[in-house]
Ligand binder design. Structure first.
Ligand code: UDP
Ligand code: MG
Length: 321
């Protein structure tokens, strides 16, 4: 029998876990003829009864596993812990505990990865109904910026809700970086993705765990983890200063030719100032280029990821090592 592990990151989800379990269990039972499914709850340092409830579920259903963090490490860490645990399963899924990610589409997702030759089946949000206008605006702007500055393209509507083959999970956890931005990592590792339209439901109970500050930090992590473009900003400034210095110089010269009696010193001083600024920004820009390389190297990501081969290669995530 094929194995499926469903990872559920939970942070203070006591209000919704019972409902989540019942709905998801129905789906798991409906596919139990073909797949052996484990439900892996990752308790991300909840301060409510989340862990207690999960333990109760585990006591009566041996397919329920749990991993509980010592404190709140964030959803990214919770997903990683789940994937590292579940990598032995043939298929690994991730879904939120609040039932916004409808478990009912799991069989459809499984069908695409198991039968149709896709490596990943991921939910693609069809609309942002039920989300605050301001939040939608912020997140739309964020995706515009990140797709402009970064080589890793991120589909705005792509969600964390997905089912992946084992090889994809291995590839994802092989990225050793500490600051993890999964939306980017999912896109970075590549593989053949089937997008499945999905409308987020209202949160079944409890409230969102994302404050504006948390979202802002998430956005900054996303941009800084996938591009070093901001480090090039110095070059732009240096170019700007060079142009101003040049302008000042021309102005100073013309001024002194036209009215030599009243020698204009200020434009010359300005020329000098902007010239120095130009040199400084240039040097900072060069430092930035080295820093960008150091940054990229320290992330120590794999140089490539192989999805298929008919021979023995050094770095293959498809081997069962
Ligand atoms: N979550 C988590 N750690 C956190 C924040 C959230 O594990 O620090 C989980 C949360 O329990 C839920 C999922 O991540 O299962 C998505 O969170 P939420 O529903 O609050 O986000 P939203 O849907 O509002 O974007
Ligand atoms: Mg939610």
């Amino acid at each position: 029998m094929k194995t499926l592990a469903l990872i559920v990151p939970c942070f203070n989800e006591a209000d919704v876990l019972g409902m989540f379990y019942n709905e998801t269990k129905k789906v798991i039972d409906s596919i139990s003829g073909e797949y052996m499914t484990e439900l892996v709850f990752v308790d991300d340092g909840s301060r409510d009864d989340t862990l207690k409830i999960v333990k109760e579920l585990a006591a009566r259903d041996h397919h329920v596993k749990y991993i509980s963090f010592s404190r709140n490490f964030g959803k990214e860490a919770a997903m990683l812990a789940g994937m590292e645990y579940a990598v032995k399963a043939d298929f690994v899924g991730i879904l939120d505990a609040d039932l916004q990610h409808s478990p009912e589409i799991i069989p459809e997702m499984l069908h695409f990865v198991d039968k149709e030759g896709f490596d990943v089946a991921a939910a693609n949000r069809e609309d942002r109904e039920g989300e605050a206008k301001f939040k939608s605006f912020l997140s739309e702007s964020f995706y515009k910026v990140i797709n402009k500055v970064s080589e890793t393209k991120i589909t705005e509507s792509a969600q964390d809700f997905r089912i992946m083959k084992k090889d994809v999970v291995k590839a994802i956890i092989s990225l050793p970086e500490n600051i993890r931005f999964s939306k980017g990592i999912f896109s970075w590792v590549g593989f053949k993705v089937k997008w499945i339209g999905h409308t987020n439901r209202e949160r079944a109970a409890g409230e969102t765990k994302w404050s504006i500050t948390k979202l802002l930090k998430y956005a900054i992590d996303g941009i800084l983890s996938f591009t070093t473009t901001p480090l090039r900003f110095s070059f732009v400034l240096s170019l700007l200063c060079a142009l101003i210095a040049f302008g000042c110089f021309i102005y100073a010269v013309i001024r002194n030719i036209i009215t030599p009696v009243y020698a204009a010193v200020v434009p010359f001083i300005l020329t000098g100032m902007f010239f120095i600024a130009f040199l400084l920004f240039l040097v900072i820009g060069i430092l930035g280029e080295y820093l960008a390389r150091v940054y990229t190297e320290t992330k120590d990501r794999p140089k490539y990821i192989i999805s298929q081969t008919n021979t023995q290669v050094v770095y293959s995530f498809s081997e069962d090592d």
